[in-house]
Design a protein around this ligand. Sequence first.
Ligand code: SF4
Length: 311
Amino acid sequence: MRRSPADRSGRATSGRAPRPRAEQPEQLGFAGMPERLFVCTPSKLGSYADCPRRYRYSYVDRPAPPKGPPWAHNSLGASVHTALKNWYALPADRRRPEALAALLKGTWVRDGYRDDEQERAAFRRALSWLEAYVETLDPAVEPVGVERTVAAKTAVLALNGRADRIDSRPGPDGPELVIVDYKTGRTGLDADDARGSQALALYAYAAERVFRRPCRRVELHHLPTGTVAAHEHTPESLARQVGRAEETARDIMAAERAVADGAEPDEAFPTLPSTRCGWCDYRRICPDGAQVPGREPWAAMEHAPDPTARN
Ligand code: SF4
């Protein structure tokens, strides 16, 4: 029998009681009738897997609890992603490195930096990453999707998510889709990161169904180092990742049902303290997070990488 997250950790609790969300999954109670699908993104599932309490703060408690201040590394990641999106929105003959400074400046996110000097240095760094990166791209090649939302249903999940880019590349039996995810964190990535990423696998699973074309290859493009970490999935490895995602969804639905049935929300959504706590948006209101020294919003610009960064 599956154990609830509360059983697994038995971590500290706090007093904030969640109000079940409007789309609370519910068992319909008639034999043979399906349960409602769990509507989710890969990042929603990842949030619960990282820490059930953080999931609750983000997705269940209403009104939503206050978050900490914005992070500079998230601003940097968002700015780079938007610049690349807008680069692809240009006509192919204008997709040149010289266009990037204006694109980056136009949608630059300023939040979280220590001061103007640090922000200017980050801008210069981001621009140099982008200029080097677009040199590796053929401007005439149109991706199948840029920041494209893909969606799919399984027996348990109604999945949707936005892939940074979906390429079409030649395969042995015709064109195949490739999921591309941009990364701007400080540490490089390897094939194990690409293989283990549930988000990339779920994007591949959904893209294959949306476009009715094989999508097995997933790639992490790390802009600071100009490296690509790739993995070729098989139908079996994608099915395994989907199975794990369904298991997480069942855990979440069980926790939500337990709260609806009167269980203590703090027990249904236990804390899962880790090195991530210092970077957690809810550290200040979380009983375990409050024990951990917090990071300055700009810390990832100068010290250790943020292990929670998904940009
Ligand atoms: S501070 Fe740590 S334990 Fe608390 S919600 Fe955030 S990640 Fe979870």
